[in-house]
Design a protein around this ligand. Sequence first.
Ligand code: NAD
Length: 355
Amino acid sequence: MTSEFVYVAHPARVIFGEGTIAQVEDEARELGIKRPMVLTTPAQKDDGRRLAARLDLDEKALFSGATMHTPVHVTEKALSQFEAIGADGTIAFGGGSTIGLGKAIAYRKDTPQLVVPTTYAGSEMTALLGETEDGRKKTFSSPRVLPETVIYDVDLTLGLPRQMTVTSGMNAMAHAVEALYAENGNPVLSLMAEEGIRALTSALAHLADGALDDRAARRDALYGAWLCATCLGLSGVALHHKICHVLGGSFDTPHAETHTIVLPHALAYNAPAVPQAMERLRRATGSKTPAAYLFDIAKAAGVPTTLADLGLKREDLPKIIEVTLENPYYNPRALEREPLQELLVNALEGRRPEW
Ligand code: NAD
């Protein structure tokens, strides 16, 4: 029986396919952007140059200093360049770090954003922005921050290295897993979450095995990532994201790896409390034990599967539990110290979940 729910959607224009980067000029024009500023990280500067050349822009229209956690001093530097060239919109080309910078500029200038994601992290579909200043990260939501147009081009993901492919894919699935039992979940989001996890797990099984340029698998992975990102944009999160935020905030652990390690254990913790979500996950993964299935994908791909791999020690666990309980997020299963300790020991040591 369908229960009562509230469904809210974000406006979004999404172009999905192969070679879709060719549409960037038309899409920028559609948004009314006449003088775009192209954003990348230092590692993707050459891609940024090629994109600027495609748009007939000179080097001044490229800012390639995007970095993790959207530091405000980097945003200010990008803003001075944005103003100096008289830009009227941004084209963010890259992963969550670059998209974060585009959002920070849009928040301050109220200018349109065209986004070309090259990882599976999913920031492009959310109105969320996390900025850091004086060592503190502040996360907030604003309609100004939501990108207007997103161009997904499968070709741009063919070179994503194996480790990032798997960890970024697991990061994406974490959004969908928690949408299945979010406080504000609803049947439409559950459909997207199930389909996103189905597409991503089957794609990762191929990509983790070696064929990184398998176009069919890359297509499924990016399609799945879009669905999972939509889930993050439209629903709340729970224990998994809370633990990842505590680990990132207090121990500076890397974003996608942290999600990869914690997800199977956070899901196993919640599994007894969310039978419908587990049924969807069994269908999506084709496994009777979806948490163990996710763990196995990471293990087979050789990416980190223990918090010890990230430098954490047993003596760090009480602090993680303390901060998790201080200001907890909604969670379908009560948060209790002993089971939380068990979850964290399992994640620390990389034990295969039973669920
Ligand atoms: P990232 O953007 O930091 O990218 C990591 C590195 O990979 C960078 O050097 C980047 O240039 C490179 N890279 C990106 N695409 C590549 C490709 N196709 N081939 C080769 N190299 C490539 O990593 P991420 O995991 O995409 O994003 C993580 C950040 O995004 C975190 O700071 C996280 O908080 C944020 N995030 C925000 C939201 C949100 O809704 N606000 C959602 C998800 C993630």
